[in-house]
Design a protein around this ligand. Structure first.
Ligand SMILES: *Cc1c(COP(=O)(O)O)cnc(C)c1O
Ligand code: SF4
Length: 350
């Protein structure tokens, strides 16, 4: 957890402690050390010659909720969930072609917390924190500390959106917007929903995947009570993530009537095969979640060991098209700075 929202008096602390949602407790209890993560899985550091010590990743430490850990296979050093969150030495090595701002975010910043790259939609960096630290993250280098925290800090961004009636959709992203507590999230959503030309509010979040207890009846009633169309876009990379409490949480979102899509990143040794992608797509659609994007890795410093070539990606997508219903095939895309949208990588040759 980052910062408690309010300073509490003793008597208030008692009632607030009772009300602290379970997901916030689980987040505060998340694993924050690589060696602890390995020992929980009955693995040893000898099995990971490239493992980075916690001190080498202090600016982006290990962060893994127990729910996500519980979906890893003990004793398996190649577990696809573990490999997403375990820091290894290429992270602190530079590689040609990899930079700090590979997707041009800083260039697209319109006001504090507001990125405007594509026609008709803007992205709000609604929170700087996440419930998990994905080692391949494309925003791991983003200077979140400079972005708004309190509702009034958002007013320049709101003024920018209000002044441009071509903007029809606001995407809450981050970090992860669902690390905001319900009251902060409600304030922000209601503030955006007041803007007349905004038709849709989209929530980009990994919490239903890594910390499924965040999907509470209170959250769902907040989202379903907003006067605009809501869409949720989650982020899972492997079928083994879509199980147990995560599966139940996704089904609750579906039953609440919210459209829910998934974006994944193509990751070396994690999901870089047609079989892994097929299983991911099937797990998602069976849960009521449609595959949206499969992203080519953004070439951010320290992520080179996750990169898969576009040729391999195209072969995987061709195989998926031959095996799956059309709605179960994600669009394979990459982000090119200055482009008018994500750029498709699959030519129509298959
Ligand atoms: C990816 C992205 C979007 C969303 O693009 P869609 O194709 O609508 O999903 C919007 N804004 C920014 C800055 C983005 O990077
Ligand atoms: S949840 Fe998303 S923003 Fe957060 S670390 Fe993972 S990829 Fe990055």
């Amino acid at each position: 957890m980052n910062t408690p929202d309010a300073k509490l008096t003793d008597s208030a602390a008692v009632s607030t402690a009772r009300q602290t949602p379970r997901w916030q407790l689980e987040l505060s209890q998340a694993i924050r050390s690589g060696s602890e993560l390995l020992s929980r899985l009955q693995l040893t550091s000898d099995q990971f010659p490239a493992l980075l010590p916690d001190t080498a990743v202090a600016d982006f430490p290990v962060l893994v909720p127990h729910s996500f850990l519980n979906r890893m296979q003990p004793g398996n050093p190649r577990d696809p969930l573990l490999l997403q969150v375990l820091p290894q030495s290429p992270e602190i090595t530079s590689a040609p072609g990899f930079t700090a701002d590979a997707v041009g975010d800083l260039h697209a910043r319109r006001s504090p917390g507001l990125l405007h790259k594509y026609h008709g939609r803007v992205l709000l960096l609604a929170a700087g924190a996440c419930a998990v630290h994905c080692r391949y993250c494309f925003r791991r280098q983003y200077p979140y500390a400079e972005e708004p925290r309190r509702l009034e800090d958002w007013e320049p961004a709101m003024a920018e959106i209000e002044a441009d009636s071509d903007i029809r959709e606001v995407i809450l992203s981050g970090g992860d917007p669902l690390v905001l507590n319900d009251s902060r999230l409600a304030q922000l959503c209601h503030r955006i929903a007041r803007i007349p030309h905004i038709d849709r509010l989209r929530i980009h979040t990994r919490l239903p995947i890594v910390l499924p207890s965040r999907v509470t009846p209170e959250l769902l009633s907040l989202l379903t009570s907003l006067p605009k169309q809501i869409l949720m876009v989650v982020h899972a990379n492997h079928a083994a993530e879509i199980r147990d409490d995560c599966l139940a949480a996704l089904q609750q979102v579906v039953r609440a009537g919210l459209p829910i899509l998934n974006q994944a990143v193509l990751l070396q040794n994690i999901n870089d095969s047609a079989d892994a992608q097929e299983q991911l797509s099937l797990s998602l659609v069976n849960a009521g979640v449609l595959p949206y994007y499969l992203h080519q890795l953004d070439r951010v410093d320290g992520t080179q060991h996750f990169e898969v070539s576009e040729t391999v990606g195209q072969q995987i997508l061709s195989a998926l098209q031959a095996r799956l219903p059309g709605y179960a095939v994600p669009r394979y895309v990459r982000e090119i700075p200055g482009a008018t949208g994500k750029t498709p990588l699959l030519r129509a040759w298959s």
